[in-house]
Design a protein around this ligand. Structure first.
Ligand SMILES: Nc1ncnc2c1ncn2[C@@H]1O[C@H](COP(=O)(O)OP(=O)(O)OP(=O)(O)O)[C@@H](O)[C@H]1O
Length: 637
């Protein structure tokens, strides 16, 4: 076991030693790191932007509820101000000359206003809290939907871009939660600012010197709050990499798929130790940050306390020297008290806004990036049935790849043909199939459907015409029935339709043996869920493609996991299905390719041979070599 599994000493500030490369800021965090290494003033300038973004998010989630929260909070602030002003009237009444019953009587109207204002404030604050309670989950919902919408709206090649994937994972990890929190705390900031404005307004009316005194008393608390925010902001930034790694490992340890390997390779203790080490790092760091924040807060509060005391002394001096009425003095003391508690709450919510701002930046960064990468969607729709698809000089490279995966390929597919793509591993067959399926846009060359460039067609309308059996078909955690019917989810499918497709894909028999037949849930993650073998999943995928009933069927090794009999059956059906349709077949089983109308042999992304089986065998090239090799292997077996 590596020595990294040793628990860290309690007092070590592990993150400051930086011996572990993992704790250095990864390259993808550098821009956020710049944001964290900002001065006090720059931090202060960030606040309005964060609040504006929170406001936009809330407004998009529900304009009505957001407006309700704001109006109610402003009204509550106004009621609070009215309450404060009526305190002056109460003191005024009570402190005037004359017999006590007379004084009480003259204080009653103001007292009534005070009671009504306090009650109104209570009601308005509760209504605002209720509206905020409704808004918060709506923001979460909107943020999650926006993220998924943008994720699924980018073109497939973007998924191969590591920077985008990284941004996506960070946004998913904490970004959505941060979006919700930043709105919550943004509203709290607003609420406290309104409350404070009410207090400040009243103090300014009572005596102009009181307002600067309140601000002075607030400064140390504000300083402590921003300092604590900066400390935790920086520390979180440094911990993000550790958290992500710990989170990923913890998820792997709890997932079904790696559970077998975790045991078979006896890596349980090793992985637990690694998770423990990462947790320890963040625990030690968090304790360190909390200790320092508490210390700053203590200094801030103590100084604020002293300055508040000073404010009261000035107040007494104003009264003593007759510069202020006793009634106004009483109200001012009350207002200062409320103002200080408002300030404390404001500091807390500003702190939280900064904290969540870090993750919220991930969310927004990802949204911007994905909007730039969104798939273009021109209006032109594909004709219902095509006669010819032509690829002319098509070249496609993956992001950051040194050489193209498909290089200068020209070929023609006609309606009703079975086309086979063959070649060794990595020769570009799957990539070419994805280009044909309209999933990748070639950087050079054109793909035309009956003479129309696919770039001018709406991508979804193009894909409506295509059914694909992927090399690794998706195992949808739905019922067997829905796993097939999802091939045409927009069309109501009777069980009989689904059965027909299942028969065509050779899935019917095993589905009937499942505990609840077509209604069996195909996921072990749920109670009563069943799992299938690799070959059975593949048969379901073939059935799904049959069910899609599209004029172009692309099969990327549809039989790789099938036994010999199932493979034979599937190909027989593919052939009968090809009538009136075009089938593109990718397979390493050369015997299945034999009867294709046209065979294209790929090598390093380029088509090196083409023809039917006889023609290619006669040429004696790569195809003949591959075919003879496989045939002789079977014969000698
Ligand atoms: N998502 C990807 N990102 C980057 N490179 C990729 C990606 N997928 C494939 N490649 C590269 O593109 C080349 C062609 O791969 P492709 O999967 O098209 O080959 P193939 O002929 O289908 O292989 P196989 O027979 O193994 O399925 C390979 O060099 C591969 O490494």
């Amino acid at each position: 076991m590596p020595d990294t599994a040793e628990p860290a000493p309690e007092n070590a500030t592990l993150l400051e030693t930086e011996e572990d490369g993992e704790l250095e800021l990864p390259y993808w965090l550098t821009s956020t790191a710049e944001a964290a290494n900002t001065t006090f003033l720059q931090m202060a300038r960030r606040l309005p932007r964060l609040l504006r973004d929170a406001w936009l998010l809330a407004w998009r989630a529900s304009a009505r509820t957001t407006a309700a929260v704001l109006v109610l909070q402003v009204a509550a602030g106004a009621a609070a101000a009215l309450g404060l002003i009526s305190v002056v009237g109460v003191f005024d009444g009570l402190l005037q000359a004359g017999p006590t019953p007379e004084r009480v009587r003259s204080a009653v109207p103001s007292l009534l206003i005070l009671i009504i204002a306090l009650a109104a404030r209570g009601l308005l604050t509760s209504a605002a809290a209720a509206a905020q309670g409704r808004l918060s989950p709506q923001v979460f919902e909107a943020a999650e939907m926006r993220l998924l919408d943008l994720t699924t709206g980018v073109d497939l090649a973007t998924f191969d871009d590591p920077d985008w994937r990284d941004a996506m994972e960070r946004a998913r990890d904490r970004g959505i939660d941060a979006a919700q929190r930043i709105v919550d705390f943004g509203i709290d900031v607003f609420t406290n600012v309104i409350g404070l404005a009410a207090v400040a307004g009243v103090l300014a009316v009572l005596h102009p010197v009181l307002l600067p005194l309140l601000v002075l008393a607030a400064l140390p608390t504000g300083w402590a709050a921003v300092r604590a925010a900066r400390l935790s902001y920086r520390s979180r930034l440094r911990l993000v990499a550790v958290w992500r790694r710990q989170h990923m490992l913890a998820q792997l340890l709890a997932a079904r798929e790696p559970a077998g390997e975790v045991r078979a390779f006896t890596v349980r203790r090793f992985l637990l130790a690694e998770v423990g080490r990462l947790l320890r790092i963040s625990t030690v760091e968090e304790i360190r940050v909390v200790t320092r924040s508490v210390r700053s807060n203590l200094y801030g509060q103590a100084l604020s306390g002293l300055l508040t005391g000073f404010a009261y002394v000035v107040l007494l001096w104003l009264l003593w020297t007759g510069r202020m009425e006793l009634a106004a003095g009483g109200a001012a003391a009350y207002a200062i008290n409320i103002g200080i508690s408002r300030l404390r709450e404001l500091a807390f919510s500003v702190n939280r806004v900064y904290e969540y701002g870090l993750y919220f930046a991930d969310f927004q960064g990802f949204c911007e990036l994905s909007q730039q990468r969104a798939e273009p969607s021109p209006d032109l729709a594909v004709p219902a049935r095509f006669t010819e698809i032509v690829l002319d000089g098509v070249t496609f490279s993956y992001p950051d790849a040194s050489r193209p995966a498909v290089a200068d390929v020209s070929l023609t597919l006609r309606r009703g043909q079975i086309i086979a793509l063959v070649g060794e591993n990595g020769s570009g067959k799957s990539t070419l199939a994805a280009v044909l399926a309209g999933l990748y846009r070639p950087q050079q060359g054109t793909v035309t459907w009956d003479g129309v460039d696919v770039n001018r067609l709406h991508p979804e309308s193009l894909r409506e015409q295509i059914a694909v059996v992927m090399q690794e078909p998706t195992r949808w955690p739905f019922s067997a029935r829905l796993n097939i019917a999802i091939g045409r989810h927009d069309r109501v499918a009777s069980l009989e339709n689904v059965r027909e497709s299942a028969r065509a894909g050779d899935a019917h028999e095993f589905v009937m043996e499942l505990p609840r037949e077509y209604e069996t849930l195909l996921s072990r993650h749920f109670t009563d869920g069943a799992d299938l073998s690799g070959g059975q999943w593949q048969r379901l995928a073939v059935s799904r493609a049959f069910h899609r009933d599209a004029p172009l069927l692309i099969c990327d090794e549809p039989t790789a996991n099938l036994d010999a009999r199932a493979e034979h059956d599937v190909y027989q059906r593919l052939r009968s299905l090809a009538a009136g349709r075009t089938v593109v077949l990718i397979t390493h089983r050369m015997a299945s390719v034999r009867e294709a109308d046209r065979i294209f042999v790929l090598d390093h992304g380029a088509v090196v041979e083409e023809g039917d089986h006889e023609e290619l065998m006669a040429t004696g090239g790569l195809y003949a070599q591959l075919f003879t090799l496989q045939a002789s292997a079977y014969q000698s077996a």
